[in-house]
Design a protein around this ligand. Structure first.
Ligand code: ATP
Length: 430
């Protein structure tokens, strides 16, 4: 039985993934079939709280092979590959509803949605929700078509995300193990040994986005007072577990492994940007020099077949801005990023420099063609006059090619400034 939920937390507290651990606990009579799914949706949705993540679990009586995929307050959680018997729908609905109600932050703007179904919504719902804006009516229509049970609170906007998470059929996938704090520690500073995070990042190469080696900062723990201690992402579930257990930290009360679409680039629409609140993968030519504006953001214009577009590398992207500052008119790029509504700017998430134009600089005025003497520029009318024989000429100044500080290739912001859905270059084999 599929159970999906979303929009349960506020900016300040809770985390929808923690609710997954609570639902697993409350429905202990059933086994997990497959892994819990943490599905990120369109990062450009204006009303998201943080990372636009929704959750889906499959519950039933398992059979055959199983793996340990978590531990909740001292009790192991197993995931079965196959289902022997479906869970009772009304029991799942009743318990999940009570649990969502108990933990949701409805007084802090959450608009939770819960869906229970033995059939998945059409896959198209996932692709629309990860790339575009979905209308709630369309979601409800699809849920009715598959005969799903649903509960919405405070408008139930979370039904959109919950249904999309349920509709996900992975094309590309990654894993994340999230560790949760003991209840008494919620809201207090987290104890995590940064050196152990750094070592883990270097040693377990199938993990990604853990540690920024340039600034020496870890990227695995949130800055909010939520129950999460840290989350480590990776491509190999076995290595991921070893990686997590190598981290020195305060004792976690729970941990759980999720299957996820994080780091897959599923959110990118192939093609030139047109509608805002979507993210694109497209080719463009730089048409002006980059400039640094108030706040340290770097802006540069490009042309596409749809016209001029301002692109931005925002301040949090740190050193990535130094690369962007080296772009010059004529450079060809493949750009990846979100088109904002206001100002209508493309927030660059990653780029491939396809080709660089030669950049030249004036070395000296031409020598006089008559006497070989030095010349002086006449001014805006063009040309040069010889300082010795006074004759005029229309020669060009002597130029030299300036070496470019960047080269063709791929560039991405540091780990602290990456999108959950963005595919790190490491995962692209680069
Ligand atoms: P967290 O990452 O901490 O779980 P969040 O960023 O996921 O928080 P939510 O509280 O889940 O934020 O809010 C996102 C809301 O946007 C949900 O109600 C979800 O149903 C809705 N939503 C998600 N994707 C889309 C979409 N493509 N179109 C319309 N609504 C969407």
């Amino acid at each position: 039985m599929l159970v999906a939920f979303d929009d349960t937390d506020s900016l300040e507290s809770m985390c929808t993934t923690f609710l997954a651990t609570e639902i697993i606990k409350a429905l202990r009579v059933y086994d997990l079939i497959g892994l819990p799914r943490l599905v990120r949706l369109n990062p450009a949705v204006p009303w998201k709280t943080r990372g636009n993540g929704a959750l889906c679990l499959n519950l039933g009586i398992g059979r055959g092979e199983c793996d340990m995929v978590g531990e909740l307050d001292g009790t192991p959680v197993y995931s079965y590959r196959r289902m022997y018997e479906e869970a009772d729908r009304s029991l799942v609905l009743e318990v999940a509803e009570r649990t969502v109600e108990k933990w949701s932050r409805t007084s802090e703007d959450a608009s939770p949605g819960l869906v229970v179904s033995d059939r998945k919504p059409a896959q198209a719902l996932y692709w629309k929700a990860v790339r575009e804006i979905v209308r709630k009516e369309d979601t409800l229509q699809e849920l009715q078509r598959i005969g799903a049970d649903m509960v919405g609170w405070e408008g139930g906007r979370g039904l959109i995300g919950a249904s999309a998470a349920m509709a996900w059929r992975p094309r590309d996938r990654t894993y994340e193990i999230i560790s949760y704090r003991e209840r008494e520690r919620w809201g207090t500073p987290r104890y995590l040994d940064d050196i152990s995070v750094k070592e883990m990042d270097l040693r377990y190469t199938s993990t990604f986005n853990n540690f920024d080696h340039r600034t020496g900062r870890r990227a695995i723990s949130p800055h909010t007072p939520c129950p999460v201690l840290f989350g480590v992402r990776g491509d190999d579930p076995r290595e991921l577990m070893s990686a997590v257990f190598s981290i020195r930290s305060e004792p976690p009360a729970r941990w759980l492994m999720f299957l996820s679409n994080q780091g897959t680039d599923d959110h990118l629409v192939r093609g030139e940007p047109d509608l805002p609140n979507r993210s694109y993968d497209f080719m463009a030519t730089v048409i002006g020099d980059p400039s640094t504006v108030a706040g340290g953001h770097v802006i540069f214009p490009v042309s596409t077949s749809k016209g001029r577009l301002e692109c931005a590398a925002y301040e949090p992207t740190k050193d990535f801005r130094d690369i962007v500052r080296e772009l010059r008119p004529g450079d060809r790029l493949r750009l990846f990023g979100e088109l904002r509504e206001e100002p209508r700017t493309l927030n660059v998430e990653k780029m491939q420099v396809i080709s660089l134009v030669p950049v030249t600089r004036k070395m000296a005025n031409p020598r006089c063609p008559s006497c070989g003497g030095p010349t002086k520029s006449i001014g805006s009318s063009g040309g040069y006059r010889c300082k010795r024989c006074r004759s005029r000429n229309q020669l060009e100044p002597l130029m030299e090619e300036v070496p470019r500080a960047i080269s063709p290739g791929w560039y991405e912001p540091p780990v602290c400034a990456r999108r959950h859905l963005g595919k790190p270059l490491k995962r692209m084999g680069l």
